[in-house]
Design a protein around this ligand. Structure first.
Ligand code: ARG
Length: 576
């Protein structure tokens, strides 16, 4: 629609100049003022004339009437002045002759905004903490992060997806203590990450004790854990070997989940990688006199900026989460030369990012304003909040497995031909979760309801994947019949106008870092296509041109849906 808007804007521009040749207003300005009316029966686009009233020294009603006169032709099928608005209906011929061929020509590249060429974006997302559960709270960072990567890639940016694994820290001390107390090599080899998490949960509970039931806390074990971690830090061979093993087991498991989502990372450099990169930054902070000692710890005072201090070193000299993030950002800037660095985490970390971004600025790094934190709301399952430290969490893989099982049940009932098709069940089950999640604004807290997510009737993943499969099955049966393109009914025109909006939606999604814009766009396309499918016969249309056009429209829909699916981790299902 951007091109159409520009074309119409040129004509409006002429009208404006006709009224006042000195009016200072560009074609671009006018294009940006074009709106989508809430009710499409009024028109496809509307141009409000109120703002022009002053420059043109006329009433909006007069301006609209004057401009409307010269507007028809080209993309404009019909123009009408109503109460200071210009209501514009786009010409069906124009849509058929311009939009449809362009989609068929560009295929899945249609709608790609060329705004990122020559620029690099690094995205830090998913980043689970090794040996702690990978639970549904991580769904947000994983799929929002990946969708943002795909969106930027689509716009031509060079992207680097980084999984900043939480692979260093005192939790490994705890895990080593637990392993030495209760661990069993063979069991862990067989049971994988679940066994590690079990050990982790057990050691935490043991340290905490259970006052109510008279079980005392075990601070001595916490001390031991610190000791084991300290040994790791000074390179103790046995502990380092254990640590590597724990990381390996966890990664194997994460990768299964990433594969289900179709996600690959470009880098797995986790927290441990930055250990030797922190001292230089700490030194710089010291030299610049930015640090002060507070109760033995080293901090950067941020009171002036209305924030609590940023902690750099603990009392015992060990580094902290912000210290590592600062060192990692410096490394990434040097290594990738990013134009933008995006971090996706829950809203709980907003302050953390604000603080260390500020410290980077104070350190004189002029790229501080290229750091972007993208927060998202919490996830709960039918009302139950998710904790991490106790055993009471819903693992992401369990949630996926459950969804896949349910889909298998539905498939057995609805489409026995496909029953037992693991690939389809997985694509639909996982897709349902992803889509349900991504139709919400990212900042919203979400309560998961599996039944709703898996419904084939609502605004769900299965519904849109089913629509995609429908385009495939129509095209499978279609034989190309040549002829010319004729747009012969409203359903066709509406579908085409919806497809034409793709690039604008992509731009909005990038500008607002909001994949939900794409999820909702997919629904718009699905609704428009299904309406077209039900109201217009495609393969049985009598007129050769009409049939040919409808087949091409179906093909165009498949391209746009397929492209949009890949932007939000949704697999293309040719059959359901
Ligand atoms: N591992 C962290 C967590 O689970 C998230 C890391 C986010 N990225 C970062 N650069 N701090 O809370």
């Amino acid at each position: 629609m951007l091109k159409i808007k520009l074309q119409i804007a040129e004509k409006i521009y002429e009208g404006v100049k006709g009224i006042n040749p000195d009016a200072e207003l560009s074609v671009q300005d006018i294009a940006a003022m074009l709106e989508y009316p809430p009710d499409t029966s009024m028109g496809d686009l509307a141009f409000p004339c109120f703002k022009l009233s002053k420059t043109l020294r006329r009433s909006p009603v007069q301006i609209a009437a004057t401009i409307a006169e010269g507007l028809c032709g080209g993309a404009v099928g019909h123009a009408e002045a109503v109460n200071g608005y210009l209501n514009i209906k786009i010409s069906n011929e124009y849509l058929g002759e311009n939009v449809l061929p362009e989609i068929l020509d560009k295929k899945e590249n249609y709608g790609a905004p060329r705004i990122g060429e020559g620029k690099t974006v690094v995205l830090d997302y998913s980043s689970p903490n090794v040996a702690k559960p990978f639970h549904i709270g991580h769904l947000g960072t994983t799929v929002i992060g990946h969708a943002l990567k795909k969106l930027h890639e689509f716009a031509g940016y060079k992207c680097v997806g980084i999984n900043y694994l939480g692979d260093w820290g005192t939790q490994f001390g705890k895990l080593i203590v637990a392993y030495k107390l209760w661990g069993d090599k063979k069991q862990i080899e067989e049971g994988g990450i679940d066994k590690l998490v079990e050990l982790y949960v057990r050691i935490n509970n043991t340290i905490k004790g259970d006052e109510e039931n008279g079980i005392p806390a075990r601070e001595d074990l916490a001390d031991q854990a610190r000791e084991e971690f300290h040994k790791m830090e000074i390179g103790d061979e046995e502990n380092i070997a254990l640590w590597k093993w724990f990381v390996e087991i966890s990664l194997e498991e994460y990768q299964k989940t990433y594969k289900q989502l179709g996600i690959e990372f470009d880098s797995y450099k986790g927290e441990s990688f930055y250990t030797d990169k922190m001292p230089a930054q700490v030194e710089k902070l010291r030299e610049m006199n930015l640090m002060k000692i507070d109760d033995g710890a080293s901090i950067v005072d941020l009171e002036e900026y209305g924030m609590p201090p940023c902690l750099i070193l603990k009392r015992d000299g060990s580094t902290l989460y912000p210290t590592r993030d600062i060192a990692a950002a410096v490394y990434r800037k040097e290594h990738y030369g990013f134009d933008k660095a995006i971090y996706v985490t829950s809203t709980q970390q907003i302050l953390h990012f604000k603080q260390w971004f500020k410290v980077v600025e104070l350190m004189g790094y002029d790229w501080y304003d290229q750091l972007v934190h993208i927060p998202y709301g919490t996830v709960s399952l039918n009302g139950a909040k998710l904790a991490t430290r106790t055993g009471n969490v819903v693992l992401l893989k369990d949630l996926f497995a459950q969804a896949i099982e349910k889909v298998k049940g539905i498939m057995a009932e609805k489409n026995p031909d496909l029953a037992g098709n693991e690939e389809v069940a997985e694509a639909v089950g996982v897709g349902a979760i992803v889509f349900y999640y991504l139709t919400n604004n990212r900042i919203k807290d979400i309560n998961f309801n599996l039944e709703d997510a898996l419904s084939f009737d609502g605004n769900t993943g299965p519904y849109v994947q089913y629509t995609y499969a429908r385009t495939c099955s129509v095209l499978e049966k279609a034989t190309h019949c040549g002829g010319k393109i004729v747009i012969s009914c409203d359903e066709e025109a509406t579908l085409l106008k919806t497809l034409a909006q793709y690039e604008e939606r992509v731009r909005t999604a990038i500008k607002d870092y909001e994949p939900s814009v794409i999820a909702r766009y997919i629904l718009d396309v699905a609704v428009a296509f299904n309406k077209f499918y039900h109201e217009c016969s495609i393969l049985n249309a009598e007129d050769n041109d009409v049939r040919g056009t409808r087949i091409l429209l179906t093909e165009a829909t498949r391209y746009v849906l397929g492209s949009a699916f890949s932007l939000i981790c949704l697999k293309k299902t040719e059959r359901i």
